[in-house]
Design a protein around this ligand. Structure first.
Ligand code: ATP
Ligand code: MG
Length: 602
């Protein structure tokens, strides 16, 4: 196929759009691949739509390869199935809800567990139909609180979602592993640098779950790695629990005057000045900080929650969110303080927390606060703190919460050494759902003994439109995009450098030959200067640029690698041979006979 830039529906921009902060967003808009229609909602232009369909093609091929069967659900869905699983409410404000002319409730699907479960219930009645894996590539709708970075986090986006159905746990494990393998192939072919990390199961309920994160500074997910190979999303990291300390010899708790110490820093300074320790100075880690937040439950009710953690750590809101999901976290406001007079701002202590205590507020503790640990903490009176308040003797929590920030250097849960941190973009999520949806929607089949058993499910997602942005994020330079061969909107960008008729004629001839050989050509046949054309070629990011200029009179052209910028003069015949070879390589990768062999962080 030859795509002529003279007639292509494309306008490239020299300036970054004002609302774009991350490189992929800036470049995809500037290169005319996408265009904003509304916040978090984008249109695909011809070249961008090709890249999107290339991602879809890779995903389809790899899903088909593991025997998953493609179906297609509506995006507009009835309320009832989501009511049955509780998600009509649980999804909260993220769900786009609408009414039809008769007043019936509908939603725009944010994910389709319910619909798949019901479809399989309608059609399958025996173990003989299982194992089964179904998938779709579908537009999803989520009214994200913070749509961001163009198509990286949209309110409308394309997802591949698949679901596996098995009769028993061993079957689910096998289905999960098959998907895992498919995902490795997909993300290898997308040319992403990525890691596979342990994930939180979150609102979905279920057990084993892993995420595929593309390495990226602009990613919203933080993940950790240990020297021993443990890797987890920061939300899923568990803190090694310290040994319990005997407290028979612990000093009794005592309240001291600590005027003007509403912050940890001021408290540590005053403690060292007025109540110095003999062995070492007090530090923030000796203090117990009690933070109160407001949880907004999916049904709209609000409920306070107090978190006790060592004073040298902040609460990581994403970790806390993952722990309390589907509830959302809101700030504890001045009005909330007024409604809870037992809480003395800046001096809150365990004395008033816990359901049986004065405030009635639920109190959960960081895992480090084990029995026998001693703390300086608020005395619930203005300007006063209590010293040697001993866990297990003087106070307890009503549970443990993994909400404290994880720091580089923290001990890894596998005991192999210090954790290191990096950021990534969530590209895929594989997840052993178990029987939650099958139970809620009554998906049962007859087993070998004629007994009805509940089916066990897995759910697996790939961010298809997000992948376009993630690849752009992973693969660009200051001049523009650089597509991996399988994703590129063309195999070669042929620049006609000059308007001499013999050059134009030779270039046209060459484009036709390449087309015949199965090479997809983006032909810059515009009446523009070579400088403009080269700049656009770099911006658009086709991995190979073929320059046809005056040299073609002597039979030579220049073949340039977009990534390295290195150009090679060669004969026309050699150029055709090289391009056919490069294009064939991409085909071979599709058929699975060669591995792209790209470096991944796995
Ligand atoms: P995130 O934590 O980024 O919001 P999620 O946990 O909500 O993702 P899933 O519900 O597991 O994501 O969806 C499957 C995949 O769909 C994700 O791995 C991601 O690649 C993609 N995805 C999710 N939300 C969006 C969005 N708003 N825009 C684009 N892609 C998305
Ligand atoms: Mg999300």
């Amino acid at each position: 196929m030859i795509t002529r830039m003279s007639t292509l529906f494309l306008r490239t921009l020299r300036e970054d759009p004002a609302d774009a902060e991350v490189p992929s967003h800036q470049l995809l808009v500037r290169a005319g691949y996408i265009r904003r229609a509304a916040p978090g909602i984008y249109s695909w232009l011809p070249l961008g739509y090709r890249v999107l369909r290339n991602v879809e093609r890779i995903v389809r091929e790899e899903m088909d390869r593991i025997g998953a069967q493609e179906v297609h659900f509506p995006a507009l869905l009835p309320r009832e199935p989501y009511e049955a699983t509780g998600r009509w409410t649980e999804y909260g404000e993220n769900l786009f809800r609408l009414k039809d002319r008769k007043g019936g409730d509908y939603l725009l699907g944010p994910t389709h567990e319910e619909m798949f479960t019901l479809l399989v219930r309608d059609i399958c009645s025996s173990y003989k139909s299982l194992p089964l894996a179904l998938y779709q590539i579908q537009t999803k709708y989520r009214d994200e609180a913070r749509p961001r970075a163009g198509i990286l986090r949209g309110r409308e986006f394309v997802m591949k979602d698949s679901y596996s159905f098995d009769i028993d746990d061993a079957g689910l494990e096998a289905s999960y592993q098959r998907h895992r393998e498919a995902y490795i192939r997909i993300f290898d072919r997308l040319g992403l640098r990525y890691v596979i990390v342990a994930a939180m199961s979150g609102a979905m309920g279920g057990s084993a779950s892993e995420e595929f994160l593309a390495d990226s500074e602009v990613g919203e997910d933080t993940y950790v790695r240990s020297p021993g190979g443990y890797a987890a999303n920061v939300e899923a990291v568990t803190t090694p629990v310290p040994e319990v300390i005997p407290f028979d010899d612990a000093l009794p708790a005592r309240v001291e005057d600590t005027p003007d110490t509403p912050t940890i820093d001021t408290l540590v300074a005053v403690a060292n000045e007025r109540f110095p320790r003999a062995d070492r100075p007090w530090t923030a880690a000796d203090t117990l900080k009690n933070l109160v937040v407001m949880l907004r439950l999916p049904d709209g009710t609000r409920e306070p929650l107090a978190i006790g953690l060592p004073g040298d750590r902040e609460v990581d809101m994403k970790r806390l969110e993952a722990q309390v999901s589907p509830a959302e976290i809101e700030a504890f406001t001045e009005d909330d303080f007024k409604r809870n007079p037992a809480l003395v701002k800046g001096y809150i202590g365990p004395g008033v927390l816990g359901t049986t205590k004065a405030s009635g507020i639920r109190y959960v503790l960081d895992p480090r606060i084990v029995s026998g640990t001693r703390w300086i903490t608020g005395a619930d009176q203005h300007g006063r703190h209590v010293f040697d308040l001993t866990a297990g003797r003087d106070f307890d929590g009503e549970g443990v919460v993994e909400a404290a920030e994880i720091r580089a250097g923290d001990p890894a849960p596998d005991g192999s050494g210090p954790l290191s941190l990096a950021r990534g973009i969530e590209m895929g999520h594989i997840f052993q759902l178990g029987r939650k949806y099958a139970e809620a929607l009554d998906l049962k089949v007859l087993d070998q003994n004629g007994k009805l058993v509940t089916v066990t499910m897995g759910s697996y997602g790939v961010g298809v439109s997000r992948a376009v942005a993630a690849v752009a994020e992973n693969s660009h330079d200051d001049k523009g995009l650089i597509w991996p061969r399988e994703l590129s909107p063309a195999d070669v960008h042929l620049v006609i450098a000059g308007k001499w008729p013999e050059v134009v004629a030779a270039a046209e001839e060459l484009a036709a030959q390449l087309d015949t050989a199965g090479v997809r050509v983006l032909l810059d046949d515009r009446k523009a200067s070579p400088g403009v054309k080269f700049a656009d070629a770099e911006l658009l990011g086709v991995p190979t640029i073929l320059v046809v200029g005056r040299g073609v009179a002597e039979g030579t052209v220049e073949l340039k690698d977009r990534r390295t910028g290195v150009g090679n003069e060669m004969s026309v015949a050699e150029a055709i041979e090289t391009l056919v070879g490069l294009t064939g390589w991409a085909w071979a990768a599709r058929l699975g006979s060669v591995s792209p062999g790209r470096e991944t962080a796995r």
